[in-house]
Design a binder for this molecule. Structure first.
Ligand SMILES: Nc1ncnc2c1ncn2[C@@H]1O[C@H](COP(=O)(O)OP(=O)(O)OP(=O)(O)O)[C@@H](O)[C@H]1O
Ligand SMILES: N[C@@H](CCO)C(=O)O
Length: 321
């Protein structure tokens, strides 16, 4: 579920009246998603998405996320655009939470992406990276290599409850990644959570990106590495090299990799796997009492991490060295 905060009809009507979008006709909570409360709002001007930002989003980061969406939309990247209220603000408050209204994006996310979707994703991601080049704001990645040790420490004692030997393996892995993690790759705005549920398609054509609440300033190739993890493994966790090749070639058709990015890709993919493994492990071990949220399986990312650890070069991802 993803409606943590209840909103009364009167409160919502008053919130909607801040914008030039006509009167409120209907609204309903959206069950998908785990981070924030989302509502589909129907007004005389059409459909909109209302998001109430819950506790994992730092309110200080909201101007970065909202301005980024406006910037990208202005550059022709299909993504929700935050509405500006009559008082000139994108951010308001509703039911005691920071809240914003964004445009509705047509499309569906693909439960089982095929090669054609991976190719479209790669191309769309490179366009996204280029479109962010002149975005003036920056936000450090709060889940990068320097943050992983703190995250691991929170779970280390109980990690072996999830898989025997997991604590030791992760400690070893982290020490390696801390030693070799690059700091001088081409960087800019990255999405940092571009899983299939955050990418909409109409038929086989990419129709847009949503959920910008992990976006930050980091290496472009790290964003690609996140997508390799999230899109190119099958349900049985075997790696689909055809999908990876299609994604990487789609990306290169818009923005080519530097030789340094190319060479470090297996390390970045290994780090991306560790990042999602660590957040999932923490959530798995700390399910709040009575929560209706099903935690995501951390061991999925352990298997992915091991795959990347064994990858010697980009040839493991279907490209020539
Ligand atoms: N602009 C939009 N247009 C259309 N549908 C949207 C839009 N924004 C969100 N949605 C719908 O709301 C659902 C949840 O949104 P989102 O993924 O942003 O939630 P979240 O709780 O912030 O994220 P997550 O759990 O993925 O981190 C999406 O799967 C989609 O169905
Ligand atoms: N995409 C993340 C969840 C946070 O959006 C995961 O699958 O672990």
């Amino acid at each position: 579920m993803a409606v943590y905060t209840d909103v009364s009809d009167e409160e919502l009507a008053a919130f909607v009246a801040r914008y030039d979008i006509g009167g409120l006709l209907a609204f309903k909570g959206i069950a998908e998603g785990v981070e924030n409360s989302n509502f589909l709002v129907h007004t005389e001007a059409g459909y909109f998405i209302l998001t109430l930002y819950e506790k994992r989003v730092d309110p200080a980061d909201l101007p970065f996320f909202l301005n980024l969406m406006r910037h990208l939309a202005g550059k022709g990247i299909s993504c929700p655009t935050p509405l500006v209220a009559r008082n000139g603000e994108m951010l308001g408050e509703l039911a005691g939470r920071p809240a914003a209204m964004v445009t509705f994006l047509d499309g569906m996310w693909i439960r089982r992406p095929r090669t054609v979707h991976c190719a479209g994703l790669g191309e769309g991601l490179a366009k996204f990276h280029l479109a962010g080049a002149d975005f003036a704001m920056t936000r450090a990645n709060s889940l990068s290599v320097g943050d992983w040790r703190g995250l691991l420490d929170l779970s280390l004692e109980r990690a072996d409850e999830v898989a025997p030997g997991l604590g030791g393996e992760l400690s070893h892995e982290l020490a390696h990644l801390e030693a070799v993690w690059p700091s001088d790759l081409p960087s800019g705005v990255i999405h940092a959570d571009l899983f299939p549920d955050n990418v909409f398609f109409l038929g086989d054509t990419l129709s847009g990106f949503i959920d910008f609440y992990f976006a930050c300033t980091d290496a472009f190739a790290y964003d690609v590495a996140i997508c390799l993890n999230a899109w190119c493994f099958e349900a049985d966790l075997s790696f689909n090299v055809t999908k990876a090749r299609a994604m990487l070639n789609g990306y290169r058709s818009v923005r080519d990799f530097t030789p340094e990015e190319f060479a470090i890709l297996p390390t970045l993919a290994r780090g991306a796997a560790l990042r999602f493994l660590l957040t999932r492990l923490h959530d798995w071990l700390n399910v709040p009492e009575g929560a209706l949220v099903t935690p995501k399986d951390p061991t999925e990312y352990l298997k992915k991490l091991r795959f990347h650890r064994d990858a010697r070069s980009v040839s493991a991802y279907g490209l020539d060295e």
